[in-house]
Ligand binder design. Structure first.
Ligand code: ADP
Length: 423
């Protein structure tokens, strides 16, 4: 293309060429994302690419993907690019009283030319990141049956407002992101089912083998009795496994939602201790409950699920304790959290097993011999604690005992629900 050719091109044709070049660039970027979509299983990096493309192709300062947390229903930043380099991923956005929340609830796009004049704008994320939002174009992100989040482009460069083309670009990118997320989730689920089927084989094989032998006429009455105990034990294990597996699958798929209310953790711990007392008595294990004398501040949470956490840890502390051992439950208030420790005087967990202890179906090999279990309790416990925005840790000394400690945040002003007061 020579210079004088360009001079001869009429003004509107030049503009047209420029538009084509832009469109070509856009389709190239979208194609690239499609290619990545089919070739990568790394969800994080794919979502990063999608927000980068969203910001680039709509000519904006920033873009982000917010997803509905499957357990709590709040929205959380999953991927974002902006000029501050601030990591937004931990920031929660309320569903009621935010633009993202409106888009997710209504399943429709929303254009806000001036966020300061719109009551739906939630300023919490700006407050935490230092970014200043002026205008937003947000589109829903939907899978076949539901809206799972939203894609936002923020602060259009220059004077021009967001265009129809920006909207269609965001819709395309949002569909790509939704497919990627759905694929990743289906992959996780099929993995879980495969693992479960594998785990069911052991008790089923034991039952099959035992019932087969039971059919033999030469078996003594004593032996028969013993075998019936084995069958009953393995059947119990199957029942527990299916129940716990369904619990975990419901938590992971989002079919279980946390029903959050202010919870007095002291009461939850007291009830859990009373529930396991008979079990502890059978083993002559004593339980001490040490609550902070000034009381604990309430935490926002699901009291049934938090009780399940306490019960799982207490049951383990008794099950894996020595006879005449002690279990201590200690709760204390930290600056912005409540911390609960369940301390036992059991056999402990060796350093090579410790990092795997929260994994699904993981059981320490030598515990198999003296106590039954499914290896799902701690995976469920961790999921519930993290669903509350908390964390759980374990420390152990082989032969001395184990301590599980979990922390739950105490929200000063109930941040998740502060939306109505935010601009
Ligand atoms: P389960 O108790 O059903 O096997 P969990 O997920 O609750 O499953 O625990 C996983 C494994 O961690 C147990 O099998 C046991 O080996 C180990 N474990 C858990 N709690 C303790 C504890 N307090 N002391 C020693 N080992 C423990």
């Amino acid at each position: 293309m020579s210079d004088d050719w360009a001079e001869r091109v009429p003004e509107d044709a030049a503009a047209l060429l420029q538009r084509y070049a832009r469109a070509l660039f856009k389709y190239e970027r979208l194609m690239e994302i499609s290619r990545r979509l089919s070739s990568t299983l790394k969800l994080d990096s794919l979502l990063e690419h999608i927000v980068l493309a969203a910001s680039e192709l709509t000519g904006t300062e920033a873009a982000s993907i917010l997803l509905v947390d499957k357990l709590t229903g709040v929205l959380r930043f999953e991927a974002a690019v902006d000029n501050t380099g601030f990591k937004l991923s931990s920031i929660e956005v309320p569903v009621e009283g935010s633009i993202a929340g409106w888009v997710v609830t209504h399943g429709e796009p929303l254009l806000i030319a001036d966020v300061t004049a719109d009551a739906r704008f939630y300023s919490g994320a700006d407050d935490e990141s230092g970014f200043r939002t002026r205008n937003i174009l947000a589109v829903p992100m939907s899978t076949r049956d539901k809206v799972i989040g939203c894609l936002e482009a923020v602060n259009k460069h220059g004077e021009a407002p967001f265009s129809d083309e920006d909207l269609s670009t965001l819709n395309t990118l949002s569909a790509q992101a939704a497919i990627a997320i759905e694929n990743a989730r289906l992959f996780e689920q099929s993995d879980l089912i495969a693992e479960m089927v594998h785990e069911l084989r052991t008790p089923l094989a034991a039952i099959k083998a035992t019932t087969h032998i039971l059919g033999r006429p030469e078996i003594s009455a004593d032996k028969r009795e013993q075998m019936l105990v084995t069958v009953a034990g393995e059947t119990d294990r199957l029942t527990r496994m299916t129940t716990e597996f369904l619990d975990l699958a419901r938590l992971e798929s989002g079919r279980t939602r946390l029903q959050e209310t202010p919870v007095q953790l002291g009461d939850v711990l007291r009830q859990a201790v009373e529930t396991v007392r008979p079990q502890a008595g059978d083993k002559n294990v004593s339980i001490q409950l040490e609550l902070a004398p000034t009381g604990l501040p309430p935490v926002m949470g699901d009291d049934e699920k938090l009780k399940q956490v306490a019960l799982n840890l207490l049951t383990n502390a008794i099950k894996y304790n020595r006879a005449d051992g002690v279990v201590t439950v200690r709760a204390a208030t930290l600056e912005d959290a409540v911390e609960v420790s369940v301390i036992d005087t059991g056999f402990g967990i060796s350093p090579e097993n410790l990092p795997h202890i929260f994994e699904k179906f993981y059981r320490v090999a030598d515990t198999e011999g003296y106590t039954q279990g499914t290896g799902l309790g701690l995976a469920i416990t961790k999921r519930i604690v993290e669903g509350h925005g908390g964390e759980i840790a374990v420390s152990s000394i082989a032969g001395v005992g184990t301590t599980f400690t979990f922390r739950l945040p105490v929200r000063k002003s109930g941040r998740r629900r502060a939306a109505s007061s935010a601009k």
